[in-house]
Design a protein around this ligand. Structure first.
Ligand SMILES: [Zn+2]
Ligand SMILES: [Zn+2]
Length: 217
């Protein structure tokens, strides 16, 4: 409903007409190969592990993202999160389908919302993204994880963040053997790694991560 009442302006350039204009949609910085086979970071040549994921114990088999997290993507994700511009989900889904090959997996799931935040408003971008992608990939959407309330991540160092998120996820149902885990933004990878680890504990043998955006430092 809210969508209909708001004036339709591009969340990136401000031009009237739609929530994301065609020019800005075209310009979103797609991630193209070569990239790290494991974590999906763009690299100069194909590698099996990269500077980001080398030496890290990763619970997911692979991670792939559609776009680099730049200023335009930041505006898009913020509008999607805070102003609940649900039509942006359709744009995000279309870019994921364009860039990320359909992953192998029996089912799709998403990083569950913080009980203190997302659930209160019933709006959780990763769930919306996962639901639509599951539909496109013709896979069932399952919810084997729940999230405990956690300390805020803001202002913490990378190591502190990892430790902070490690015990945040718990299982509420048995997980299928192979799963695609969907989230909106891959930042350090700590969140999807912790969720993947919880999915493995819940019975999954393989988890492949797909996110809309990826922070590339
Ligand atoms: Zn625009
Ligand atoms: Zn890597």
């Amino acid at each position: 409903m809210l969508d209909l009442l708001l004036p339709q302006r591009c969340v990136v350039c401000g031009r009237g007409g739609s929530q994301l204009c065609d020019a800005c949609l075209d310009r979103l910085p797609r991630i193209v190969r070569p990239q790290c086979e494991r974590c999906g970071l763009p690299t100069a040549w194909p590698v099996r592990r990269c500077r980001e994921c080398m030496g890290r114990r990763l619970a997911f088999a692979s991670a792939r993202s559609a776009v680099r997290y730049d200023d335009a993507v930041r505006s898009l994700v913020a509008a999607w999160k805070e102003r609940e511009l649900r039509r942006l989900v359709a744009a995000a889904v279309s870019v994921v389908l364009e860039v990320v090959p359909p992953p192998h997996g029996e089912a799709v799931t998403f990083v569950p919302p913080d009980p203190d935040r997302g659930l209160r408003r019933g709006h959780h971008p990763p769930r919306e993204l996962a639901k639509r992608l599951a539909n496109e990939w013709e896979l069932p959407l399952v919810v084997p994880l729940r999230r405990r309330a956690a300390r805020r991540q803001r202002g913490l160092s990378r190591t502190e963040r990892r430790r902070n998120v490690a015990c945040v996820f718990a299982s509420r149902a048995e997980a299928p053997r192979s799963l695609v885990l969907v989230d909106d933004v891959f930042t350090s990878g700590a969140t999807v790694n912790a969720a993947s680890s919880a999915l493995r504990k819940a019975g999954a043998k393989r988890v492949d991560v797909v996110t809309f955006a990826r922070v590339v430092r």
